[in-house]
Each structure stands twice: as C-alpha cells, then as structure tokens.
Design a protein around this ligand. Structure first.
Ligand code: ATP
Ligand code: MG
Ligand code: MG
Length: 347
C-alpha cells in the first residue's frame, strides 16, 4: 500500500491515521514533539524540527502523499517536498496562517468578516478603535488557537492603558451573533465539492465545547451563502481535502470568522453521525479516491469535548447507548487541553 505523510502529531492526525489504516494505507507522522498521539497509531514517526530541511526531504521521499493536521507548519521548509505530493497545496496554509491575509482573501472573494484593522503599534490600535469602535478583540495574526493570543477590549480607556502584546496583531470588531456554525467541505482532486451539515458550535473560554445538530433555524437560513464562500475559497486555492470555515450567524447574515485548512473539531461528530466521516473523506480526497456520502445519519447529534480534568470522568459514557467515546491517549490532563470527545446520537 501507499504511505500517507501527516505533518503534525495531535489528535486530528491520530483520527486521520485511523481512517487511513481502515483504507489500507500506512501513515508516517512528522512533528517536532518527541511524543505524538498521531505517531502512536502510525507506522513511522519522524520527530524533527519543522525547519530541519534534510529530515523534511527524507520524509517527502518516504511518502506518496503528504497532508497536514496542523495549519501552522512553516511553509518554507515544505519546499523540500515535491509540490504535487502536498494536499492541500501550501497556498492554503499561507492563506490561513495569518489572520490578516485570511480576512483579505475572504473579503476579495466577496465574504464579510468582522470589521478589522492591522495593528503593529499603539498608534495603529488607536486608529483601529477610532474606526471600528469597541468592544473589539485584539488577536495575534499568527499561531493562535483555542482562544489563545486574544485580548478583549471593552472600551477605549482600556486600550489606552494597554501594553501591546506584540507587533503583528489584528483588531476586529466584536460580532453580536445569534450563534456560531461551521461549514466543513471536502474537495476532491477533480474539483468535486461535498458539504456536511453545519453544526451549531458553542465555546467555553474560547475553546469549542459542543457541536450539535440540528442547528437553530438561522443556520439553515444562512448556510447557503456561507457554503458559497467556502466553496469559492476552496476553488480559488485549488484545494484538495477537508476545509473548514467558521461563521457567526447574525441578523445581517453570515459573518466569516476564520478558516482551518484541515479536518476540524466541529466535524468530529461525522465519525458516527454521517455516512462518511471528515477523516475518511480527507484521506479519500488526498489519495484521489471517489468521495463518500456526507449525509447526516442521525436525527440528533451532540459532540462534547472532554477538556482538562474532565477527562478523569469518562467511564459513565461507556454505559450509555449510542454514546461514542474517543480518548486521544494524551498523558497529562492539563487545564484547557483537549483530551477526548464523546458523540451522542439519537437515531
Ligand atoms: P480555534 O481553536 O477555533 O482555531 P482561535 O483561537 O483561532 O480558535 P477564534 O476562532 O478567532 O479563535 O475565536 C474563538 C472564539 O472567540 C470564537 O469562536 C468566538 O466564540 C469568539 N470570538 C472570536 N472573535 C470574535 C469576534 N470578532 N466577535 C465575537 N466573538 C468572537
Ligand atoms: Mg483558529
Ligand atoms: Mg476558531
């Protein structure tokens, strides 16, 4: 069989590797950490710095296709891998790694992010607040996840007393949303696009807590416009694989939040709740296989993340019918760390 390379060593890689194994592929994980929950279920593991060009080149040679489970892989070292092996293409990483580039990309496609401004200095922040107003959120342009690298600014005076946490930031207006949802699509090598149903996502402390279906009616009203934007983004990038776009449903229509060029936590429910999971369809897409049916197969779905110390209390899920427990095999249950998830279905 062929070997699939996975850049990144976390739980998304682990679930990709499980799906790949089911289809007869072997996986080779490349990640900077010494211990990887993705590598533990894969055939090969290269533990090396992202910038180790020689290791990256050997990895590229050892793999037939290469994909990502982590969108912040530095792009320059990926030049050591033949571009035709990389799915999605590196320009999808570039578009998604920088919140400013991402918002400009989506705006050019006709999408509507929250009002935003680049902030590199105190003066930039003052003029951003002048134009956009408060409340708003100051975010690092790069490397943020699970709400890390974000500072809420409730009023002007708060901003005046503030020391800028860095110099590559973006300020965005606070969106008064009715709810949040994500569009998850898979695009094949031939350009075919399929969508899963859009779940209603709720966050706690900036971290996804639940993804549920069916979503509130407003999501149904706005999903078509959101899907069009997500599809246009995928087409523009020549995308192959699973792409996720997060949206706020507002009275003025869907507001784009951010995109992830990969499988996504808000799609974990598709493992048991859809005909074909996001993980399997990602593997199918990058390997050039026909895409699977994305239809939801349950009347109701609720995916709950198991975060931090809550991971100590999972046994009861095993006693509940149609509860599907996933534990990622991470050692220490640090606060805010995603340790597993459980998907509850009503058929
Ligand atoms: P992820 O783990 O999804 O990559 P992230 O760290 O990139 O998260 P965002 O998606 O930017 O963070 O923000 C996390 C959450 O904070 C959002 O899902 C939303 O609930 C809230 N949030 C972020 N930006 C805004 C905004 N402009 N207006 C209102 N709420 C916001
Ligand atoms: Mg993000
Ligand atoms: Mg997000």
């Amino acid at each position: 069989g062929s070997t699939i390379g996975i850049l990144g060593g976390g739980q998304l890689g682990r679930m990709l590797a499980v799906s790949a194994a089911q289809l007869g592929y072997r996986c080779h994980v490349f990640a900077p950490e010494k211990v990887s929950v993705a590598a533990e279920v894969s055939a090969e593991f290269t533990s090396a710095k992202w910038t180790d060009q020689a290791a990256m080149a050997r990895f590229g040679e050892a793999c037939d296709v290469v994909t990502y489970e982590f969108e912040n892989v530095p792009v320059a070292p990926l030049a050591a891998i033949p571009a035709e092996k990389l799915h999605p293409p590196t320009r999808a990483l570039e578009a998604a790694q920088d919140r400013l580039a991402e918002k400009n990309f989506v705006t050019d496609l006709g999408g509507s992010p929250a009002p935003f401004a680049k902030v590199d200095s105190d003066e930039d922040l003052a003029s951003a607040i002048e134009r956009i107003g408060t409340p708003g959120i100051l975010k690092t342009r790069r490397d943020g996840y699970d709400g890390k690298g974000q500072w809420r600014i409730m009023d002007r005076r708060e901003a005046e007393g503030m020391r800028l946490p860095g110099d590559s930031l973006v300020y965005e207006g606070f969106v008064r949303f009715t709810c949040e949802f994500s569009v998850i699509l898979v695009r094949g090598r031939d350009g075919e696009v399929r969508f899963w149903d859009s779940a209603h996502n709720t966050h706690e402390n900036g971290i996804l807590a639940h993804s549920s279906l069916p979503a509130p009616a407003i999501v149904g009203e706005q999903v078509e416009a959101a899907r069009k934007l997500a599809r246009d983004a995928a087409d523009a990038l020549g995308y192959v694989g699973v792409l996720t776009c997060e949206f706020f449903a507002t009275e003025a229509g869907p507001v784009f939040n951010e995109m992830a060029p990969r499988v996504h936590n808000s799609g974990h429910w598709t493992i048991e709740g859809a005909a074909t999971s996001q993980f399997e369809n990602h593997i199918r897409a990058i390997c050039g296989l026909p895409l699977g049916d994305t239809a939801t197969t349950a009347r109701k779905v609720d995916m709950a993340n198991i975060i931090g110390a809550a991971a100590g209390d999972w046994q009861h899920w095993l006693e509940q019918g149609d509860a599907h427990l996933h534990l990622y095999g991470k050692g220490e249950a640090r606060e805010g760390r995603k340790m597993g998830h459980v998907t509850l279905l009503e058929r």
